[in-house]
Each structure stands twice: as structure tokens, then as C-alpha cells.
Unconditional design. Sequence first.
Length: 93
Amino acid sequence: MHPSLHEGFGLTLAEAMGAETPVVAVTTPAVVELCGDAALLVPPEGLAAALAEVARDAELRGRLSARGRQRALTLSWDASARAHERAYTLASR
């Protein structure tokens, strides 16, 4: 579970997805960008219900685990560096 409304990148989410842990997180722009459909994203008031759903639904846990693992494989320090370079280049124009 990731209840934070203000954390930046979400390294804990990336690590959880890489470890095939089903992720339930509060919907924020950064979390949506990081996780996509690899996490169950909910408003803050929906956390308890979402956790209960994941606890009782083995198929959902399996789907989130598989999607999370695939998403985590796309994350790398090299890709991050390239994205930052592109952003800085665009900002300096």
C-alpha cells in the first residue's frame, strides 16, 4: 500500500513492482505515470476497500503482480538519465 499524496517518483513502488508485490496506491499524477495499469490506483478514501479487495481476490493479486513485474522491467537508471537529458534540453531552448 502506498498512501502518500506528496512523494515524488515513488521508488518504493518501483521496488514493490519489481518484487512482484501487488501495489495499491493513492492516485496522484506521479503514481499514475510510474505505475500505469500495474497498480490498483484509488482515491485516499478508497484505500481500505482496495486493500480488502486485493486480499480476497487471488486473480487480482496475480494480475497486479505480473503487470508490476513487467512495468518494473521498463524502469532503469539509463532510461531516467535519457529522459532527464531530453527535459533539460527542451527547457534550455
